[in-house]
Structure formats: C-alpha cells, structure tokens
Ligand binder design. Structure first.
Ligand SMILES: Nc1ncnc2c1ncn2[C@@H]1O[C@H](COP(=O)(O)OP(=O)(O)OP(=O)(O)O)[C@@H](O)[C@H]1O
Length: 670
C-alpha cells in the first residue's frame, strides 16, 4: 500500500494544538531549489525531505558547496531572490514560507556586529532591545552575564568587537558573540550556519554543548557544520548529509555509521565518522576510498550515487517519512513573531543610545568628516577672504554660497562606509525580529542630529567669519541652520541609498549621481528660468533640496546689502546695485517667498527623505518574498506538469495549492 500524505496550509492535520505547546516542529518535503545561470537551470537542492523537532539538535553536513547554507536559508525563508524553490516547508504542520522577523533566530556565516561596542555592551543593548521592559535591570544584567559566560566570552567581555581602526575580538570570539546574541532570548527555532567556524576544537565543543542544552530545553536547533571533531559529532542527535544538493543520509547521527557500512563503505577503525562521511562524498577532489570489500578505487560520483540510492531505499528514509506524517497529524501552535518583547519607545531609545555611542567612537562616522569639513571651510574662507561689496563680490558671494550648499553637503558621502556597516547590522537584527523598521529610522535620525549640528556650526563659523558674509546674528543663524538641514537631508538620502544598494561601491555611485543631478538643477549652473522643461525644471529642480537651499541662502546674504556697480576707467558705470536686484534680476529668484519659507520647505524635506528611507527598507523587505512567492507558484505548476507525466500520484488540493507525493510513494515501493 502506498503511503499517501497530503500536505497543506494547515487544514489537513487532525490534532488539536495545545495552547501551551510553543514547540517548533519543522518539516520539509521534496524540497527543490534551482538557480538559473547562463541560460541553464542548476538544481542546488534536489528533492530533500526531513524534519526537525524540539529537544533535538540537527547537524547539516556535507562538503563545501553541497547546499548546506542553501538548505538552512530555504528552511528559514531567506533564500536569495535569484533562486527558486518548490516543495513544502511546514512549521507545526502549517505552510510557512517566511520564517523571518523573529519566528526563528538565524546565526549567519558573516558576523555583522557594531565594531565599536564591547562584548558586554553588544549583548546588553541586544537584551534591552528585545527583553520585556517589565524585566528589572538587574535581572537583564544577569541574563546578559549568563549568556556571555555560556559562550565563554567572560575574558573578553570588555574588549571592543573591532573595526578597521580598532583591534578587537578574534574571529572565533566574534562567532561566539553572534551566537550569544541569538540564544539570549532562547528562541523556539534556531538556525546556525557554521557556528563552529574559526573555533578551536575545545571552543567548538563548548559552543555545540550549549546549543545542545538549549535544544534539551525544548528548542529546535539546526546547524550546518563543516568538519566536526568526533566529540562534537557525538553531541548531534540528527544528521542531514548532503552531497551536490542530494540527500545522502537523514536520520539519527549515531546510525549514519551503520548506514555507510551497510552501503559498502564502513568507517575504518581509527577514523572519525564525520571525517569518513565527508571524505566519501566530497566530489570536489576525487580520491581513493578505503572500502571494505567492494572496490579499492571508486570515483566519488559513483560512491555518492550508491549512497543516495541506498538511502532512498533504506529504513531511515521510510522512518523519516512516517515521522513527518505523525508530526503533520499533531498540529502545533501557530508561532507568532517572538523577536522582541520590548515596546516601540524602549526600542527607539535603546537604538538612539547605541547608535550615538557608536557614532561618537567610530572615527570614520563623523570625526574624520568633521576634519575634512574644517579643512575645506578654511580653504573656502581663504579663497573668499573678506569677499566685500564690490561688483565682483556678487559673483564671489554666490560662488561661496553655492559651494557651501553643494559641495560641503556632498561630502556627506564620506560617511557612506559607516552607513553600510549600520545597514548590515540592521538587516541581521531585523530579520531576527529584534526591532521594527520605524524604531531603527527614529534611532538613526536622532543619534545623528548632534553630530550634524556640530559639523554645520563649525563649518559655517569658519566660512562665515573668514569670508565676512552678511553680518548679524540672524543671518549667521540662518546660515548654520540651513547648512544643518541640508546635511541632514543628504544623510537621509544616503541612508535610503544604503538600504537598497547591494554594496558600498554601488551606493557611492548612486548617491553621488543623485546629488550631482540635484546640484545641476539648483539654479546656480543654469538660472532657474533657463533650466529646460519638462524633466530638469519640473520635477527635478523642485524635488531636489539644493534649489531651496540655494535660494534661501542667496536671500539671506544678498537682501539688505548694496553693491558697487562695475568700474570702467576708474569710474562706476552706474548707480549702486541693491541686493534685491541681484537676487531677482541677476539670479532670477522670486523674493515673494521669504528665506524662512525656503528653510521650512527644507525642514519638511528631512521628514520626506526619512520617509523615503523607511519606505525603501519596507519595500526591500516585502518585494523579495512577493517575487519569490510568484516565482515559486509558477515553478510549482511547471514542475507539476513534468511530474504528471511521470508514473506518480498527483494530489491537487485547490487551484493555487498543489502538492505531489512521488517521493513518498517511491519509498513505499509504489
Ligand atoms: N543564489 C545562487 N545563485 C547561484 N548559485 C548559487 C546560489 N546559491 C547557492 N549557489 C550554489 O549552490 C551551491 C551550494 O551553495 P551553498 O552555499 O548552499 O553550499 P554550502 O554547502 O553551504 O558551502 P560552504 O560549506 O562552502 O558554505 C554552490 O555551488 C553555490 O555556488
């Protein structure tokens, strides 16, 4: 009799969830992942089926490139946009294509951490962001301390993580810190990609022991691992062994040895089982394999083929499918996002504080920029030294103001590397549900304001008093505020760019390009009335902040001053020129709108650009899964057509939800 299993969006299972059962039971059935490159499709996961249960720790092993990270990403709903997926991933019997944003914690291979914070600060801020505000401070500190201790980081608790200018933690310590951050809140479902990479064998043993204890506490832990020692391997309950995206073995870790022996590849007495498995299935380097009696030299692809077939026809494969069936019949609780229990204000406050501390310690964030601003301001001040009220001063003042508004703000690009680092940390924390997008935008905005104000004040003071622009505190105050608002807008623009571009170089190019265009249509290089319509004048010159900044600053400086007319043979050719004439007739700017109106438009733009930043993050978060779900649906239908031609039973539930059960039938001999 074929074992027929229907899998679906929750309606199929018969068990009633217990309200107190928050365990995470993950099942995946006939999982295929394909990527398209150079016109051809490559399957990087080929029909994987398995499950992970609470109380157990599962290792995903395989040679480099065998698909370990891809399997973890697929299970966690984080597959790259370029890859397509078919098959089912069910959490507690329900279809859950996206486990991001707090339902599952994921420790990725890269350790994206804030370089200037110490271990203690990193874990404490994380606790403050995620643990309930009701938990007293002392209790939070105790949780932080015990987590740091569990990961063996007590010795370096006051060491900064480290960045380009700060020597900090070793690679292994960073790895352990990344794990500490995710186990802090004891997540129900924990994925770890290479948690032991960079660790010595003792550290690897302690880290995996901690993960096992976490699993014993009712958590579900899945970790990909390269080359565990025998001691570490013994800590794993279950094993998924992959080679070239195919399943070589799934089942109890300790039974894998018997399976290899039964398939004709017994583990030699003095070799660690994990070493033996990996040597047998590593197709990258063809090798001699010490086989018991079958072959003395066998090419690895052949070994892999034998093992894959042996597994498909084995009792282990059958047992896995039966267990999946049982899991699906005892439907568990719907796990909601469990990322953070702290409220919005707590999150915003903590993020503002953390970001402020980082900005004040990272010399590349603002301090280096401040130095460059001071140097440039001195250059500007010397070039426009006491610019005066001559006829030529009109051009001089306009040039000085345009440079301040254009190039000085353009220099905000210098902070881009730090923005990119910030965004990496944000993406890691956000995907693990540590806080919301709005809290991040608020935190990032508030923490940057004091530094931006300082930069504006110092630069303005130097330029203003060296060039001796329009005297009077109100004029100087306007100049400072206008520059402050401009750099804040550019900062928002660059953060928005950092949130969408894939890398640093693209970000610099995109950010510089946008600013270059806005500068061009600001009204300095071409007078406003001469800027060609429709694109350049409407909408671009109005969308950019430079136009309002330039006009406001011109009005601030020229209005109320009088300039000498130009001199021919020692005699002025006409009467003195009032500033209003300069603004209206020479620079073609209407003075009906006062300088403060320009300022308030600019001020409003800070919110508009921060909103764009917020929307960019949201779009990036939602667009990927939307595209994936569309692609997955199309590919599932495509695959169904292929499968329908094969001798298998196809179960169609409804128009949009299609499942098939070929692998299950095969295993039962159908
Ligand atoms: N988005 C993608 N586009 C193209 N190829 C991909 C993509 N993702 C993964 N691959 C390919 O799929 C294979 C499996 O990659 P994966 O990162 O899952 O392997 P891995 O077992 O985790 O390797 P390692 O142990 O070296 O990290 C590799 O050959 C990789 O190049």
């Amino acid at each position: 009799m074929p074992v027929e299993v229907e899998m679906g969006g929750g309606e199929l299972s018969v068990g009633v969830p217990s309200p107190h059962d928050f365990a995470a039971r993950l099942t995946w059935i006939d999982l295929w992942v394909t990527v398209t490159g150079k016109g051809s499709k490559q399957a990087i996961l080929q029909g994987l089926t398995g499950y992970a249960e609470p109380g157990e720790i599962m290792a995903i092993m395989g040679p480099s490139g065998s698909g370990k990270s891809t399997l973890l990403d697929t299970l966690a709903g984080r597959l790259a946009k370029t890859a397509s997926q078919t098959g089912e991933v069910l959490l507690n019997g329900r279809r859950k294509t996206n486990l991001s944003y707090g339902i599952a914690a994921y420790v990725t291979q890269s350790d994206d951490l804030i370089g200037t914070l110490t271990v203690n600060e990193t874990v404490y801020y994380s606790a403050s962001l995620r643990l309930s505000s009701k938990i007293p401070r002392a209790e939070k500190k105790a949780i932080v301390e015990s987590t740091i201790r569990e990961m063996g980081l007590m010795e370096c608790r006051n060491t900064p993580v480290g960045n380009w200018h700060l020597r900090g933690l070793s690679g292994g310590e960073r790895r352990r810190l990344s794990i500490a951050l995710e186990i802090l809140t004891r997540p129900r479902l924990l994925f770890l990609d290479e948690p032991t990479s960079g660790l010595d064998s003792a550290a690897a043993f302690f880290v995996v022991s901690t993960l096992r204890n976490l699993a014993r506490d009712g958590r579900t832990v899945i970790a990909s691992i390269h080359q565990p020692s025998s001691e570490v391997f013994e800590l794993f309950d279950n094993l998924t062994l992959l080679s070239g995206g195919r399943l070589v073995y799934f089942g109890e870790a300790k039974a894998a040895r018997e399976h290899f022996a039964a398939s004709g590849f017994p583990c030699p007495a003095l070799r660690s089982p994990s070493d033996h498995f990996l040597r047998a299935i590593n197709a990258d380097f063809d090798q001699d394999l010490e086989t018991a009696d079958l072959l003395n030299r066998m090419p690895t692809p052949q070994v892999v083929r034998i093992l894959v077939e042996a597994y498909q026809n084995s009792e282990y494969a059958m047992a896995a499918k039966l267990r999946i069936q049982e899991i699906l019949q005892t439907q568990g609780t719907v796990l909601e996002s469990g990322g953070s229990q702290a409220g919005f204000f707590r999150q915003s406050f903590t993020l503002t504080r953390r970001s402020f501390v980082n900005m004040s310690r990272d010399i590349g964030y603002y301090w280096l920029r401040l130095v460059i601003y001071i140097v440039l301001s001195i250059c500007l001040g010397t070039i426009y030294w006491r610019v005066g009220l001559e006829f030529s001063s009109i051009l001089g003042r306009a040039g000085c103001i345009a440079y301040v508004g254009g190039f000085l703000t353009f220099m905000s690009i210098g902070g881009f590397p730090s923005f990119v680092e910030d965004m990496k940390v944000f993406h890691r924390e956000r995907l693990n549900g540590h806080y919301g997008v709005l809290a991040f935008v608020v935190g990032n905005t508030l923490s940057s304001l004091p530094f931006l104000f300082l930069i504006s004040l110092v630069s303005s003071s130097i330029v203003y008093f060296m060039a001796q622009l329009h005297q009077g505190f109100d004029h100087f105050g306007y100049f400072v505020l206008s520059l402050f608002v401009q750099v804040t807008i550019v900062e928002s623009l660059m953060m928005a760019v950092a949130s969408i571009v894939p890398n640093f170089l693209m970000g610099i190019i995109t950010g510089a390009g946008i600013q270059g265009i806005f500068m061009l249509v600001a009204g300095f290089f071409r007078l406003p009335k001469d800027i060609p319509k429709p694109l350049w004048r409407y909408p671009l010159s109005y969308m950019g902040f430079d136009m309002y900044a330039l006009q406001g600053m011109y009005k601030n400086d020229f209005l109320g001053l009088t300039f000498k007319n130009f001199v021919l043979d020692g005699v002025a050719v006409g009467p003195d020129i009032p500033g209003s004439y300069v603004v209206e007739q020479i620079y073609g700017i209407q003075t009906k709108r006062g300088k403060w109106a320009d300022f308030w438009i600019l001020f409003g733009m800070i919110f508009a650009y921060r909103l764009i930043f917020f929307v960019c993050i949201k779009l990036k978060e939602n667009l990927g899964p939307m595209i994936r779900s569309l692609l997955t649906h199309t590919i599932t239908i495509e695959r169904l057509h292929t499968i329908a031609e094969e001798p298998v039973v196809v179960v169609i539930q409804c128009a949009t939800t299609v499942y098939y059960s070929n692998s299950i039938h095969q295993s039962s001999g159908s």
